[in-house]
Design a protein around this ligand. Structure first.
Ligand SMILES: Nc1ncnc2c1ncn2[C@@H]1O[C@H](COP(=O)(O)OP(=O)(O)OP(=O)(O)O)[C@@H](O)[C@H]1O
Length: 273
């Protein structure tokens, strides 16, 4: 669905951010795009949505080059930015004006998600909180049924119950034809819903694996002390002892602790998968 080949990009007057970046992503996945501040997550989402143009290299999304801004491409893509721009109108006017731009828009789905998020169609978008606006835009994005959903820090500003509802409505909403990319630092917010992790650092992809591969190859445990250091890829001290990442032993699978894994990758620990 997405093929990126030898992508080179820098913001004007800035040093090179992406250098020969190559990446292939298929539909049917919810991808967690992780990375430290300034790693290039938002820039990558802007390149994929055609807001920015690469300096060289190719981006192909279902046969479209994003920066060409073909209407058929734009009507099958939704980018939720961290600070979504919304006009000063009621939710119902927003739906009336913008839903027709998306041929697969599902009004019933939107209404159901608005109920889940406790939003009312008569609310004015400039009179609601940042978190409520964010929830509305997430609901709208899901209702477009776009093949590509790009969510930049979607859980920023959401309270704890709303984060749970976000995960629920996302999982219920998407199908195998869609690809969802969620950029975040809030690893815990998305660890139960993503099936692939991509980590970028200084514009380079430093980790790109499916969850099932990680669960098959690594174990995440809490131990009182560390005995065999050779067998431990990464450890962090905790009140009960240590959180550790080890290779899988005797085919015993554990739940992936994404925050621990992310910390290990950020500490340049070689994780063998
Ligand atoms: N409009 C811009 N003009 C110049 N430089 C920019 C612009 N936007 C981003 N950058 C720079 O590009 C790099 C990548 O920024 P980007 O916003 O993509 O990172 P990010 O991973 O999304 O960070 P964060 O997690 O803080 O949102 C940073 O060094 C940033 O300073």
């Amino acid at each position: 669905m997405i093929t990126i080949e030898n992508l080179n990009f820098n913001h004007s007057k800035e040093k090179q951010l992406f250098q020969d970046l190559t990446l292939q992503l298929n539909s049917g996945n919810i991808v967690g795009l992780l990375g430290k501040n300034g790693a290039g997550k938002s820039t990558l989402l802007q390149l994929l949505s055609g807001l920015l143009s690469q300096k060289s290299g190719n981006i192909d999304i279902n046969g479209f080059e994003p920066y060409d801004k073909n209407p058929n491409f734009l009507s099958d893509l939704y980018l939720v930015t961290d600070e979504p721009y919304v006009p000063n109108i009621k939710i119902k006017s927003f739906i009336k004006n913008f839903a027709p731009l998306y041929p697969n828009f599902d009004v019933e789905k939107l209404k159901n998600i608005l109920i889940e998020f406790q939003l009312d169609e008569n609310m004015k978008l400039d009179k609601i909180s940042y978190g409520q606006r964010k929830k509305f835009i997430i609901a709208f994005a899901l209702a477009t049924n776009s093949k590509l959903l790009l969510l930049d820090e979607p859980t920023n500003g959401l309270d704890i119950p709303s984060k749970k509802i976000f995960r629920k409505v996302l999982i219920e909403s998407i199908n195998e034809d869609q690809l969802v990319m969620i950029s975040t630092h809030q690893v815990k917010d998305i660890e139960t819903i993503i099936d692939k992790i991509i980590v970028i650092d200084h514009g380079r992809i430093t980790f790109n694996h499916d969850l099932y591969e990680i669960a098959e190859k690594l174990q995440f445990k809490k131990v009182p002390s560390i005995h065999n250091e050779d067998q431990v890829f990464y450890s962090e001290k905790c009140p009960e002892g240590y959180h550790i990442i080890t290779p899988v032993n005797k085919n015993e699978e554990t739940e992936v602790d994404m925050e621990l894994l992310f910390n290990a990758i950020n500490n340049n620990i070689a994780i063998h998968i």
